[in-house]
Design a protein around this ligand. Structure first.
Ligand code: HEB
Length: 729
């Protein structure tokens, strides 16, 4: 990734913000609100928990589906005719925009759950007219029903589109299960869309950088503004910078960026035939009778091809419905001049094109029209680094094909996590480093496990140390892009072990000891089993006879399969479960706990019981001033007890902030004697101050619920330990 990538999540240019920034409710206050029906844990998913998408997908007639999709490509519909008689390019853009919201920093966005169907994405200006692309697919979705999710269909349709125009693909993995509601994702705080004047996010002169985790340059764009930074077509350096930065944030390097953009724009055209003010609003804001369509214009205009999407007009190549070498040829052989589209957008046009280098009109192949390049495309020749790659690809078409196919596969599968999640007959056999490959492990025998656990508990390592090590390993998992987790034991690589949250020295000592004791058991299993042994002991000491049944059979990733740089964004900026905060952020510290719990796939009760249990076990990161005690509201750390909740709710304790830390650190004193009893953070106190979390703390602090506390903790613990075992599911 580029040198400008990275930066701290939750660090903007000062001020505080709400965790999820501007939400659907802010954008569309009048939209129908179903949330009252999802109270009391009621699900919006009509297929229910018993539905097994893997099973449904595996039963599909895959070849028939692909044949139907191929036929659809040229089955032009009157209500939205296919440019050049081929929907392929349109569908490629649909798939690319579905996948292109992915960002490495929190793993959110991406094609994984069919989010393009819902707000805000269905109404992002950059997704203009893709409502029609999705609707063209409905007859096929209807025909195959539950056997193919929308999410898989978007990506597969993109592949079939490429193949049907002679382009190269690398494979397809199914397995993206649809959700039935918009996912809550931080897309920024701006209250205007790009087409309403939202500011561009990188302005070096004003010290403005792209806020992490965002990956788009203006609100409502997938990546960059095609017309140039903030619409300025003359800022080449800025345009290339924006491309590098945004593509890096979706895990793409320069070569992948060039291959993808050139390959994508080998096909299709941009739409800017009429001024944008002739269009109606976005799908989410439009009249009922438009049935979910937006950006409406009249049928005659559509028939004639008078369509505006981006506002830019024209095809990139003279052969927009075929895979060819023409993109680089036209880009590099012609000089270009700045012109305006009929909709008024800035774009670049070849000077004195030969007749045969002009494009067919989208509706009338006998008519020739000029081709064009966007300001973004122009950087593939103007930026020195991009240009080297463009020239290499122009001279070596096979290399271009290979790079495009691989980058497209990565684009559309990056958010799927381990290869074990891929389904279907077209899963490539080659392992790719961005899949974080982990060799299959072997399941140790029950006696080997028992023997190892006994050795661990006799080794002198403490409950807290063992629990912290297991948590450090497993809690790298993110439910967003399914990366991280205990499988592979990536935690033993220095780059991960040395994260400050992990107390590297202590963790190093624990890992070395486990390595010494583990025999044939994989390191990945050993870490999790040692944690299980420690929790069992802590439960026993607390008076509960519980066994912690974690899965085994994890493998250990090989060093050469570990892309350290791609793991950097997985480092937690804050981990409330371990009471860790790197530095004060632009969102509240307790918000970051919620964010993390969401990335771990936890419910509110699971989050609560885990946090309280971990505190009781003394599993906190070492605090600068208070070592291992901050938030550990118990006199018997290392014993599994509900003491955290009991003491947090104790009215005998009075809490106040400690001046030095502002509002991050608190001291609890005996209300009568004034004697200091505890130290805690915002993350701790929120379980007493927030009314909903307090209600849960009350459950776990109440008489009679001690055993429930312990077993709920073990259940939630096991869920985190096994969160990434897709190889078993
Ligand atoms: Fe693209 C289209 C821009 C990348 C693929 N794009 C387009 C347009 C624009 C653009 C402006 C037009 C729209 C309308 O319709 O109007 N892109 C762009 C940019 C970038 C891109 C700025 C970054 C640099 N693409 C891309 C990629 C891909 C693509 C990566 C894939 C791979 N696109 C595409 C296609 C199209 C487009 C295929 C066409 C569509 C149609 O035809 O409809």
């Amino acid at each position: 990734t580029g040198e400008m990538s990275g930066g701290c999540p939750f660090h903007g240019d000062g001020g505080t913000r709400a965790l999820f920034g501007r939400t659907n409710k802010d954008w569309w206050p009048d939209a129908l609100d179903l949330s009252i029906l999802t109270q009391e844990g009621k699900s919006v998913d009509p297929l229910g928990e018993d539905f097994d998408y893997c099973e449904a997908f595996n039963a599909i007639d895959y070849d028939a589906l692909k044949a139907d999709l191929t036929a659809l490509m040229t089955d032009s519909q009157e209500w939205w005719p296919a440019d050049y008689g081929h929907y392929g390019p349109f569908f490629i853009r649909m798939a690319w925009h579905a996948a292109g919201t992915y960002r490495t920093s929190d793993g959110r966005g991406g094609a994984g759950s069919g989010q393009q169907r819902f707000a805000p994405l269905n109404s992002w200006p950059d997704n203009g007219n893709l409502d029609k692309a999705r609707r063209l697919l409905w007859p096929i979705k209807q025909k195959y029903g539950n056997h193919i999710s929308w999410a898989d269909l978007f990506v597969l349709t993109g592949n079939v589109a490429i193949e049907s125009m002679g382009g190269p693909t690398f494979g397809f993995g199914g397995g993206r299960k649809d959700v039935y509601e918009p996912e809550t994702v931080y897309w920024g705080t701006e209250d205007l869309w790009v087409d309403q004047g939202a500011e561009t996010r990188i302005i070096p002169d004003e010290g403005k950088a792209l806020e992490t985790p965002l990956a788009a340059i203006q609100m409502g764009l997938i990546y960059v503004n095609p017309e140039g930074p903030g619409g300025n077509p003359h800022d080449d350096e800025g345009m290339a910078r924006d491309m590098r930065e945004t593509f890096a944030r979706m895990a793409m390097n320069d070569e992948e960026t060039v291959a993808l953009t050139a390959g994508g724009h080998t096909f299709g055209k941009a739409h800017g035939a009429v001024p944008a003010d002739q269009l109606s609003g976005s799908p989410e804001s439009e009249a009922l009778e438009l049935m979910g369509f937006g950006w409406a214009t009249d049928a005659d205009q559509i028939g004639e091809g008078h369509i505006t999407t981006s506002g830019i007009e024209g095809a990139w190549t003279n052969t927009p419905d075929k895979w060819t070498e023409n993109y680089f040829r036209l880009l590099l052989d012609y000089d270009y001049e700045l012109v305006q589209s009929p909709a008024g957008a800035n774009q670049w046009q070849p000077i004195n094109p030969k007749e045969e280098d002009m494009a067919p009109d989208a509706r009338d192949p006998s008519k020739k029209v000029p081709t064009m390049m966007t300001t973004a495309d122009m950087q593939l020749k103007r930026d020195p680094e991009y240009r080297k790659i463009s020239e290499r690809f122009r001279n070596d078409h096979e290399a271009f094909k290979d790079a495009f196919a691989r980058a497209w596969f990565k684009l559309t599968h990056r958010d799927m996590g381990p290869k074990a999640r891929y389904l279907g007959p077209e899963v490539p056999s080659e392992d790719l480093i961005w899949q974080d490959p982990v060799p299959a492990g072997t399941k140790p025998s029950d006696s080997a496990v028992a023997d190892f656990k006994a050795k661990v508990m006799g080794s002198g390592l403490s409950v807290s140390e063992l629990v912290k090590a297991a948590w450090a390993s497993a809690s790298t998992y993110r439910n967003s892009d399914h990366r991280g987790g205990a499988n592979g034991a990536h935690i033993r690589f220095d780059e991960i072990r040395n994260w400050a949250v992990n107390d590297p020295e202590e963790l190093g000592k624990v890992l070395a000891k486990l390595d010494e004791l583990r025999g044939d058991i994989s390191m990945a299993d050993a870490i999790v089993l040692a944690g299980a042994a420690a929790v069992e002991k802590a439960a026993k000491d607390g008076g509960f006879d519980l066994s912690v049944t974690v899965s085994t059979g994890r493998g250990d990733a090989r060093r050469e399969d570990f892309d350290a740089e791609s793991w950097e964004p997985l480092e937690p900026f804050a981990d409330g479960f371990r009471n860790y905060l790197k530095t004060k952020a632009t969102v509240k510290t307790e918000d970051m706990l919620i964010d993390r719990a969401n990335l771990l796939g936890l419910s509110v009760p699971e989050m609560t019981v885990l946090l309280g249990g971990l505190r009781a076990l003394g599993a906190v990161s070492k605090h600068a001033d208070h070592g291992n005690s901050i938030g550990v509201l118990t006199d018997r750390p290392g014993v599994l007890s509900n003491d955290f909740f009991v003491n947090l709710l104790d009215m005998g304790t009075k809490w106040r902030t400690v001046d030095k830390s502002g509002d991050e650190e608190f001291v609890g004193t005996d209300r009568k004697s004034g004697e200091e009893k505890w130290r805690a953070t915002r993350t701790d106190l929120v379980f007493g101050s927030n009314s909903q979390l307090r209600a849960l703390s009350e459950v776990y602090a109440a008489n009679g619920n001690e055993a429930k506390f312990a077993s709920d903790f073990v259940k939630a613990w096991t869920k985190v330990m096994d969160a990434d075992r897709f190889d078993l599911k």
